[in-house]
Design a protein around this ligand. Sequence first.
Ligand code: AMP
Length: 400
Amino acid sequence: MKILVINCGSSSLKYQVLDMTDETLLAKGLVERIGMDGSVITHEKIGMDKVKKEAPMPTHKEAIGFVIEALTKGDAAVIKDMKEIGAVGHRVAHAGEYFSESVLLTPENIKKLESCIELAPLHNPANLTGVSACQELMPGTPMVGGFDTAFHQTMPAESFIYGVPYEYYKKYGIRKYGFHGTSHKFVAERAADILGTPMKDMKIITCHLGNGASVSAIKDGKCYDTSMGFTPLEGLVMGTRSGNMDPAIVTFLQEKENLDAAGANTLMNKKSGVLGISGVSSDFRDIEAAAEEGNERAKLAVDVFVHRVKAYIGSYVAEMNGVDTIVFTAGIGENDKNMRAMICKDMENLGIKLDAAKNDVRGKETVISADDSKVKVLLIPTNEELVIARDTYNIVKNLK
Ligand code: AMP
């Protein structure tokens, strides 16, 4: 069976087609600037050059129309007809407390996701627009949702309840949900496979370090705690997000800078993080280059990022009464050996010791800890689309 995986943002759409007989990636692509001037689709049949096409795409429906055209017509086509697509797997950001795994998107389940829009006002509407556009253009094809929050639903209440009046949990759903769950689950399962140990017998800390970044503690095969919270703003200092700070800073800055709620939200989400500290960029490649040239604020941004990741690792070791495996993944985790080295430096006391030669690697599944390190440290490239494709396949294969 061939599966189309769709990841809709507010003005963009990423897609992949996988053949699930052997999980081969057949094609992938990206549509940008949906609803704006200059809408463009970049399509790649694996093994061939990318093809770009500019065309007006006022909504996600037209964008998906162009995806269908790219998949079925011309030299870079990978299927003859959309009927060859057995199901569509959609990445959906927030499933609240409804789902702890991927589900078939029945009208009833879609209603539940619509009720989560309040919790993810930027992401869920775009994700659900993608679902309805696909339903219109591919009638009868089953749709499955894979959720960023699902894997974290196993967290115990002491991990997810905030120190605000309990009634707000009941009334508004104020609690920690966590994000990047598909990625944390994928790399934890891969680590268990690579090390040949059942995941339920492991204590794993997964570090998803990308532009958005989060750390998870995984015990007994389940998520025990994670650094992102009610929204993806909590936790690590990220590309442009502040991460943890004294909540009083928000109201203080609102008064001082004359900001309304939306302004404060933009400040914390888009202008903060390592961009805000360094004043250089949200991208660690630029920040590290500036730091090397002597830019003190860039150096500080790196140090703050490293410090925060270390602090989470330490706290999760305490929460789980130990750790046996640490995994690095996502843009920074997979590509930045200096960052991995700085994070793991001076952690011998916790049994964590990198091997500099083994750590001199990018984007490849491998163990990077020293042979005498008590804790195994691994680099595992994440693959969220593959997880969604697998879940989709497993859900729909028994439908008919
Ligand atoms: P992601 O959100 O997982 O796509 O990660 C994107 C981020 O990874 C970028 O903003 C960079 O900060 C970081 N990144 C990617 N490649 C490198 C690299 N070679 N060195 C350092 N950071 C990198």
